[in-house]
Design a protein around this ligand. Structure first.
Ligand code: NAD
Length: 293
């Protein structure tokens, strides 16, 4: 059984991106810049944004963190996005989700200039992905594709089952795996909360992607022997014995599922790190397109 080590793959991706950035800087160009908007002080969101900023710095990108109070109104967030859209020194814009109730996530997503949509959530990016046109791929599925490529896990002709149909993970993952691209060409089944015979479908999977947000939901009796299992789930589960008072759990019961698989991603240390790699890659792509370099 192969452990799909996200740390290893993310480090390799970041090394390539850093080398490219070093050349840009050496040639007198400005660094790629990511702007992140964080609303409120949700613990997980704080952690994610801090990690994104830190990773930018590690590879020589610059970053701009815009913080708003939890009670900020929608118009102010949209106004800030308009400013960042117009700022030529900003290549990529991300708004950390979820947002407080008074702000429409859809409006915010659609306000970002598609040329700076490094999260790949804009309907324009999603539409291009569906049609197989060059676009920003949502960072998590993008990272998973990089992982499949890094470990040369052949996907062509395989049956992939994706649990979860969100616009940020499940749906784009299903599109990529079914596309006629390297590490695509799977026959894909997408499952969701209304799928009645989930276990039977999962048992048919050569590749199982769990992205439902239910800790340790996937058990050994749902997994075919020798399957590749990709665990996207990240849930903070309260645990008094842990230093922070919680532990991060994936959607897969790793201890019982791992021995049955041919390859599996751990949580933490798997897909989460690849998500950041996907975001950084999209930011460099945005920089190249926006500057014409
Ligand atoms: P979401 O809540 O938007 O979507 C969950 C999906 O799972 C829905 O489509 C729902 O229909 C389906 N689902 C829920 N319960 C189900 C059940 N019992 N059976 C079958 N399907 C069910 O979540 P999301 O934003 O796609 O995130 C999913 C998980 O991935 C979460 O744990 C999230 O924290 C994590 N996540 C991780 C990363 C990463 O970098 N590793 C990135 C994004 C999200």
């Amino acid at each position: 059984m192969l452990i799909l080590d996200g740390k290893l793959v993310a480090a390799a991706v970041k090394e390539t991106l850093k080398a490219e950035t070093d050349i840009l800087l050496k040639n007198g160009k400005r660094a790629p810049q990511l702007a992140a908007i964080l609303v409120g002080s949700n613990g997980a969101s704080e952690t994610y944004v801090a990690s994104k900023v830190k990773n930018c710095e590690e590879i020589g990108f610059t970053s701009l963190l815009v913080r708003f109070d939890e009670t900020i109104d929608e118009a102010s967030v949209l106004q800030k996005i308009a400013e960042l859209n117009a700022d030529d020194s900003v290549d990529g814009i991300l708004v950390q989700l979820p947002l407080p109730k008074q702000i429409s996530e859809q409006k915010v997503i659609e306000a970002i200039d598609p040329r700076k949509d490094v999260d790949g959530f804009h309907p324009s990016s999603a539409g291009k992905l569906v049609q197989g046109l060059p676009s920003f791929i949502p960072a998590t599925p993008y990272g998973i594709m990089m992982m499949l490529e890094f470990f040369k896990l052949e996907t062509k002709g395989k049956h992939a089952v994706v649990i979860g149909r969100s616009n940020i993970v499940g749906r784009p993952m299903s599109i990529l795996l079914s596309s006629n691209i390297p590490y695509g060409n799977c026959t894909v089944t997408i499952c969701h909360s209304h799928t009645p015979n989930l276990k039977e479908i999962c048992l048919q999977a050569d590749i199982l992607v769990a992205a439902l947000g239910r800790p340790e939901f996937v058990k050994a009796d749902m997994v075919k022997s020798g399957a590749i299992v990709i665990d996207v789930g990240i849930t903070r589960v309260a645990d008094e014995t842990a230093k922070k008072g919680f532990r991060i759990k994936g959607d897969v019961d790793y201890n019982e599922v791992a021995p049955k698989t041919s390859a599996i991603t751990p949580v933490p240390g798997g897909v989460g790190l690849m998500t950041i790699a996907g975001l950084l890659k999209n930011t460099l792509q945005a920089y190249k397109t926006n500057t014409g370099i």
